[in-house]
Design a protein around this ligand. Sequence first.
Ligand code: G6P
Length: 611
Amino acid sequence: MCGIVGYIGDKQAFPILISGLKRLEYRGYDSAGIAIYNKGVNIYKKKGKVSELENHVETKNIEGTIGIGHTRWATHGEPNDLNAHPHISENGHFTVIHNGIIENYDRLRERLKQRGYTFKSQTDTEVLANLIEYIYIKGSLNAEMAVRYALSKVVGAYGIVVIAKDEPDQLIAARKASPLVIGIGENEYYIASDATPIVEYTKSVIYLNNDNVAIIKKGELKLKNIQNDILEPKIQQLDLDIGSIEKNGFEHFMLKEIFEQPESIKDTFRGRISADNSDIKLGGLSEVMPQLINAKRIIIIGCGTSWHAGLVGEYLLEEYARIPVEVEYGSEFRYRNPIINKDDIVIAISQSGETADTLAAINIAKERGATVIGICNVVGASIPRETDAGVYTHAGPEIGVASTKAFTAQVTVLTMIALLLGKERNTLSKKEYQNLIAELARTPERISKILTLDNEFKKIADLYKDATNFLYLGRGFFFPVALEGALKLKEISYIHAEGYPAAEMKHGPIALIDEKMPVVVIATKDHSYDKIVSNIQEIKARKGIVIAIVTEGDTVIRDLADHVLEVPKSDEGVASLLTVVPLQLLSYHIAVMRGCNVDQPRNLAKSVTVE
Ligand code: G6P
């Protein structure tokens, strides 16, 4: 949430900052701003997208080799020019960009007001800038000391980068619960809230840890904690290539990411499923396998799409490993005093690895003695660092705000865990185990086949793009898919949509059905096929429009439904990976036809690092 970028070196900072902000825009796009040092600090900021900031500064000749930039997802104060970052302290000593939330900002602001400070914006960040300045002047400290001391007074989360007017040859960066990474170039450093703006310049990076403060000069980096202890920076190599963060000819990142799924799923199981599909190995879980095998209960935690993947995981783990599973929203779990036993396993699922509610839930689970496992896409993010063990999804960077390939990668990992535990706990026979592995391994080629039908999804999108409501129904493994289909549509096309277990339709949503209501039903041939056929008949009896996702060659539903979209036949245990794809494409095309900004839907952000 919010993107941060910084540069210090010999190059002109402005183009580096602008292109960095564009790469980070998926994290927030309410406003954008830049500060460049050139004999003084010059600040340019604008409500709206980075392109609007660019237009705003078009005529200005911006020179300078030190600068910071920010793209905002508003928390405190509405999106406008004044609330945009960077924020400068009252007497101009400090210029700050900030991700996260200063929870005690109100109290700090009141105290600063009593000491004569006034505020131009409604942001917590301006409070921080003024606090640093107040401490700097009052304590006659140097800039770095003032930053460290101010941060010790702050409650909340932050990733910040600071320019100090009186010590302009340096940037000061600090983090607590909001990620920052520093790229090391030749006689230069790049700073960003994730590696995407850095990868085109260097692959050598340092990830800041909580309470780290980095004092960065042109050819020198000093790392400390806020107590002033010197720390040894750990340099790592980025495993990210520039092609993976560009659109590569697709109109949108979301479309590219949907089409990447055959490859991304392969990347998820590559090296984990043996070449002859006979076994699964999950190296990241080897140390916790005894606890997993003996688990009395598994609690899965996630938010948004990751929570939906968790629901699929519940069906998989209960079916194949026969372990009771509960699925929780991070935000609910953290505040409801959950009962956790020492032999519970908590699985936290997150694409970004930075979602604040999921992270907080992990901490509670750890405090109460559970073994915590992470399923995460972004390598080196906070969640994999906070968990006892884990599995990376390796789906590659996901830039579209609406999650697609991350979902199928998460479900792939959960399938592998469920099958492996089924084998180890003897709840699956060897034959069943190996058949299911082979089915999972065939998923990529089956998804490729579904993707060739894109024009059909487009035609249906065209017919129903003006609908005001949609209903999505599914049973068993496909109930979470129905939820995910509805979420995709809501997120990017702003059409109201609800996902329901198909049988529950009779307890409410059936009242909504009339000749204007498209109902998307996941109706592949599985053990509840007859039941879902009855549900379709119930919808048709009320004149609803049925768009059914069916198994290739199905003739029964073809006769009943208004439209059928076929997916290849597969075992129902892996079919959620297939049936979600038509739903992703349907919502994508509807959103494009409605003129919506697919990759950056209003009010949303890719990575929600605040509560
Ligand atoms: C935001 C994103 C969703 C994502 C959710 C959880 O709402 O827009 O796409 O599913 O956060 O994010 P995580 O990174 O934890 O999977």
